[in-house]
Design a protein around this ligand. Structure first.
Ligand code: PRX
Length: 635
């Protein structure tokens, strides 16, 4: 018997030990007893981290959407699968049952086929948080096309880069999107992006804000009429376990975004099993994850994990501050939300508005609170616990990454005693290791080091689309035979893990993973910029904010600094999106460099952190004299 739902701490340890001592038997049982397959696998796991290569359930045949939809039609056809809560509460929520969701996904799958989509094609989805987003993601999976969802806050340049990287043949978007009081011209952004995307021959457009947009003949089609005309029957494509399911881009510390490729069976098993246990989901619960589907949290914990478990999952189009800062709690009360999952940034922003907002609402339905995406500080943790959970709902601080596919470190609610700021223990099957800088594992407790994972788990990304070498170098080279997360962590006296933050040039701003290199590349496009370096510094709400040190060309030196700052942030918005804008921009005559010409970010980071009295030895720099002037002009 597999332990699909773990009920107490002793069982957690037993199951954990089983998953580590005999992973193949363990995952084989979980997969066999809880999912439907057209054919069973020949081998549960094959792996080699030196290549690196990981294969789970090879030889098995399945379609993930039959596990998320068809099988529920027998017992849950009328149960709400997706509960859509629009941006404007006055519009009213939509309950989409498993029957309706299945029907819409089948129609959408037929639309994709009619438009020439074949198994293996890449489809870019650039949509707001509306039901069509769920239909199209699942329809791609149903026909065997690889979806690449791009967060609809990215700019046209960022969108074009992602479309071209994996040669998408179709883009699915909407006329526009709502964001609080504002509307955003998504179709305009797509049109701009497509000037540089030769592989795209079809654009499907959902109608959301009813704006006046231009449709390009023979390329653009309104989605709804096609859906209305399509059949509600669709036989799912039978996929191999290791067939690609989706690509999701994440920032790296260098160069272009990395298209993390996730495959079918292992991802399904792990996202589903983690969902059930991390949120202790019970049959009639209403679950809400406020993330965007444009991030991995939305893929695994709004769509695939919940639907594989036959759950009711809220799809929230809005923002926490509209119509006012009580919006989240109003939704919790209105729908009787049982599990609520959000990011520390949102918690900090809401805490700043005071406890009067949550106090106005009946939050007694809540049973589990979750947090994800960045370290949660102690103050925010307690505010969440006191004012939202009312000390009655355990907080699961869940740690994972786009690359991981599913939650890696987490307490299990009502089972693992929680500790503020600690993601506590590894999930079943996860074998963490802390490493020192010389590549040796640090054993024992009360230690800290670089967080690695020693053994594959079912939903590990299999490669970076089109660049396996980069995959190997980024994750499997720093520490032999181990997956390196890029994060630092400590393990306390009881073996609990706390993530201390990135140890590379990735900065987590408001829960968004931003590489410094792509931002610097964008800034350097400004005609007056000679050179730039970005570092993070602590910020009350965003966790980290961006501090840019910029040297100007002669052409920029006589210009007004505030105008330049605005232009530089505008350049960043155009190349990446508003999420990557700098909070502080300091102009400097030079940047501290090593003798080989590398910018010393360590020094710039200390200055941004107000720690300039502790810079260490700077005498070996190429230009030690610039350090004092950078300190004197620090913002
Ligand atoms: O630094 C870690 C941080 O977010 C990074 C992964 O970002 P992304 O791929 O965008 O996925 C975010 C959502 C899963 C990690 O390398 N991070 C994520 N969760 C936590 C966290 N840091 C501390 N605590 C967490 N719970």
């Amino acid at each position: 018997m597999s332990n699909y739902h773990i009920k107490h701490l002793e069982e957690y340890f037993q199951v954990y030990n089983k998953s580590v001592n005999d992973p193949e038997t363990f995952w084989g049982e979980i997969a066999e007893e809880n999912f439907i397959w057209h054919k069973k696998w020949d081998k549960v796991l094959q792996w080699d981290f030196t290549k690196p290569e990981v294969k789970w359930f090879e030889g098995a045949k399945l379609n993930i959407t039959e596990n998320c939809l068809d099988r529920h039609l027998i017992t849950r056809a009328d149960k709400t699968a997706i509960l859509f809560e629009p941006n404007d509460p006055k519009e009213g929520a939509q309950h989409i049952s498993y029957r309706t969701l299945h029907e819409r996904v089948c129609r959408m799958a037929n639309v994709l086929k009619e438009q020439g989509v074949e198994k293996g094609d890449r489809i870019c989805i650039y949509l707001p948080m509306i039901p069509e987003l769920v239909f199209t993601v699942l329809a791609c999976a149903r026909v065997g096309a690889v979806h690449s969802v791009v967060f609809a806050g990215f700019s046209s340049t960022a969108l074009a880069t992602r479309i071209n990287d994996c040669d998408c043949k179709m883009v699915i978007t909407s006329d526009g999107s709502y964001r609080g009081k504002k509307t955003i011209d998504l179709k305009g952004i797509v049109d701009e992006a497509l000037k540089d995307c030769p592989t795209v021959n079809t654009v499907l457009v959902a109608k959301r804000i009813k704006s006046d947009i231009t449709m390009v003949a023979n390329r653009d089609h309104w989605l709804q009429p096609l859906m209305d005309a399509a059949s509600t029957n669709h036989k799912a494509e039978i996929m191999d376990a290791e067939d690609p399911l989706f690509i999701l881009y994440t920032s790296g510390s260098t160069g272009s975004p990395k298209g993390m490729l996730h495959t079918t069976a292992g991802y399904m098993v792990y996202s589903s099993y983690t969902f059930k246990n991390v949120f202790n989901y019970q049959e009639n619960d209403v679950y809400w994850c406020s993330a965007d589907v444009g991030w991995i949290t939305g893929h695994s914990y709004i769509i695939y994990g919940p639907l594989a478990n036959g759950a009711t999952s809220i799809l929230f189009e809005g923002v926490p501050s509209y119509p006012d800062y009580g919006r989240f709690w109003e939704v919790v009360e209105k729908h009787g939300v049982n599990q609520f999952y959000t990011a520390p940034t949102a918690i900090r922003a809401l805490a700043k508005e005071g406890s009067a907002f949550p106090e106005k609402y009946n939050l007694s339905s809540l049973k589990v609170l979750g947090t994800v995406g960045e370290p949660i500080n102690e103050e925010a943790w307690h505010w969440y616990d006191d004012h939202v959970g009312r000390n009655n709902s355990p907080i699961v601080d869940t740690y994972f990454q786009t690359e991981n596919g599913g939650i890696m470190l987490t307490p299990l609610p009502y089972i693992t005693p929680t500790k503020p700021t600690f993601a506590t223990l590894p999930f079943i099957g996860i074998q963490p290791a802390l490493m020192d800088e010389n590549g040796k594992e640090i054993k024992g407790n009360q230690v800290s080091g670089r967080l690695c994972i020693k053994f594959p788990w079912p939903s590990i990304a299999r490669t970076i689309w089109g660049n396996h070498q980069r995959y190997k170098e980024t994750y499997f080279t720093a520490f032999k035979n181990k997956y390196f997360t890029g994060d630092g962590a400590l393990r306390d006296e009881s073996g609990y893990y706390r993530i201390t933050g990135r140890v590379d040039d990735v900065i987590i701003v408001s829960g968004h993973n931003l590489g410094t290199a792509p931002i610097e590349d964008a800034i350097n496009e400004h005609p007056d910029v000679a050179e730039s370096a970005i570092v993070g510094y602590p910020h009350d709400i965003k966790g980290n904010a961006l501090y840019g040190y910029i040297t100007l060309k002669a052409s920029g030196k006589s210009r007004d600094e505030d105008t330049l700052r605005k232009e530089i942030n505008q350049t960043i918005t155009e190349h990446i999106g508003p999420i990557a804008k700098l909070d502080k921009i300091q102009f400097s005559d030079g940047l501290p460099k090593t003798r080989s010409g590398k910018i010393m970010r360590r020094i710039l980071r200390k200055i941004a952190h107000n720690e300039s009295d502790n810079l260490g030895d700077i005498s070996t720099l190429l230009n030690p004299e610039v350090v004092q002037s950078v300190i004197d002009n620090a913002l």
